[in-house]
Design a binder for this molecule. Structure first.
Ligand code: NAP
Length: 435
């Protein structure tokens, strides 16, 4: 028998659990830990609330979670409730699938001004992550600035622009819906330090900006390279750039008709955040030019008005005491998933915050292959029985998968019309719902 602990119940965690089941069948016991009483990590609190079809992948994780040899162990914080060393004594392998829940910082002056947020916080807020439910962004100003040209920037720009009607069918949490109802945002400026050929946005997500009821995307024709230059791009990026060209062709009159403009500001590198009374009022930006794919400052400085700033420049994993961490890369120091004997990582915790949800599947299967090579038949560790004893002694209040199903039932019962669920946004209410 092999005993495996997976820390994190998001996509990387559940694909790894699925792979362990395929690898060892009845001869493995997998415990999937999560600090929250609810599973699915990024699927619940990262994927945009209006992208319900993407969230459906959780049904596959549920199937894995309900197999006899896999167990969800929620409401347990590895690092405080139980140490990594303790888990290692109990399990043949401990696999970190903890994702990248922290914001990378720009490190610029004024980043700590009020109403400047990282995307982990802002996305967590509208998705009801207990750590960020109380964020309280002020949406009373006209100008929002989103830093970065990846898919998270698009999520944020879209959520700031959609009407309440367009949010129907989503599971955006009530506090965010209410705040957005009172929003005065008229411009969402997406700042990219490089140009149209260097965006990280994918066509499907970019194309959604064309469908918005009260917002229209704006690209300055002058920022686009000659059309023939697109030929060298790989097909996905070429499609995205074609969409930027479509945005540039939108007649001025259309922009006049929509109350919100989503403006692409290319070659614009943030230098600092300026404030007024402690709250952000502008982003100071340096115009760039691209040399060998890199943004190089031109010395031309200008301000972009900003009553709200969301930086969407990527994420960092959370370090855990005693586990080697690569500070520069913001993930665990690892060799293809191996950290130290008996310690592994997978998904964003291994490779950093890139790729789609599906990328975590081969990652999960890959790490299980490594574990299989390393642990053979297992070494008769105490596994989940040992953990349960420890948890009982320590008074750790474990949330099981059947408990989560009760929480889910209550969330579904509380849903607004047309919405799949109304999420609990704090741990106390989640626990109260299952008792
Ligand atoms: P990302 O795709 O890596 O994009 C980050 C953006 O931030 C880039 O445009 C980058 O510009 C910019 N940036 C980084 N450091 C910067 C700095 N110091 N100053 C100015 N700009 C800076 O990251 P993401 O948007 O957070 O997305 C993370 C992953 O999740 C991606 O793989 C993404 O595709 C995925 N995702 C997918 C979906 C979806 O499929 N619907 C939705 C959300 C997220 P440079 O290129 O110049 O560095």
């Amino acid at each position: 028998m092999r005993h495996i602990a997976i820390v994190g119940s998001g996509p990387a965690g559940y694909y790894t659990a699925e792979a362990a089941g395929k690898q060892w069948g009845e001869d493995v016991r997998v415990d999937v830990f999560d600090a929250l009483p609810v599973p699915y990590g990024l699927i619940r609190t990262g994927v945009a609330p209006d992208h319900q079809s993407i969230k459906k992948v959780s049904m596959r994780y549920e199937k894995t979670a309900l197999t006899a040899n896999v167990r969800f162990v929620g409401n347990v914080h590895v690092g405080t409730d139980v140490s990594v060393a303790e888990l290692q004594q109990l399990y043949d392998a401990v696999i970190f699938a903890t994702g990248a829940p922290y914001d990378r910082e720009l490190g610029l002056e004024g980043e700590d001004l009020a109403n400047v947020f990282g995307s982990a916080a802002f996305v967590g807020w509208y998705n009801g992550h207990p750590n960020f439910a109380g964020l309280g962004p002020d949406l009373s100003g006209k100008h929002a600035v989103v830093v970065g040209m990846g898919n998270v920037a698009l999520d944020v720009a879209r959520i700031l622009s959609k009407t309440e009607g367009e949010m129907e069918g989503s599971d955006i949490v009530l506090h965010a819906l209410e705040a957005l109802r009172g929003s005065n945002v008229e411009t969402v400026t997406i700042l990219g330090r490089r140009g149209p050929h260097q965006i990280m946005m994918t066509p499907k997500e970019l194309g959604e900006l064309m469908q918005l009821e009260r917002a229209s995307p704006y690209v300055d024709k002058a920022d686009l390279p000659p059309p023939d230059d697109d030929a060298i791009l790989e097909p996905g990026l070429r499609k995205s750039v074609t969409l930027l060209r479509d945005f540039a062709a939108i007649p001025e009159s259309i922009h006049g008709e929509t109350p919100i403009t989503i403006e692409f500001d290319f070659f614009a590198n943030p230098k600092s955040f300026k404030g007024d009374g402690g709250k952000v009022s502008a982003v100071e930006v340096e115009r760039t030019t691209i040399e060998k794919g890199r943004a190089v400052g031109t010395g031309e400085i200008y301000d972009v008005a900003a009553d709200l700033v969301v930086t969407c420049i990527g994420y960092r994993s959370s370090p855990i005491e005693g586990v080697p961490f690569d500070e520069r890369a913001g993930r665990f120091a690892n060799d293809e998933g191996r950290i130290l004997p008996g310690l592994y990582c997978v998904g964003w915790a291994k490779r950093g915050p890139t790729g789609t949800i599906g990328t975590n599947r081969p990652d999960g299967y890959g790490v299980v292959e490594l574990v299989a090579e390393d642990i053979g038949e297992g070494s008769r560790k105490a596994g989940r029985e040992g953990f349960d004893e420890l948890a009982e002694k320590r008074g750790i209040d474990i949330v099981k998968f059947s408990d989560w199903q009760k929480i889910e039932e209550a969330e579904i019962a509380a849903a607004r019309d047309g919405s799949p669920r109304e999420k609990f946004v704090d741990i106390e209410s989640m626990i109260a719902a299952l008792r």
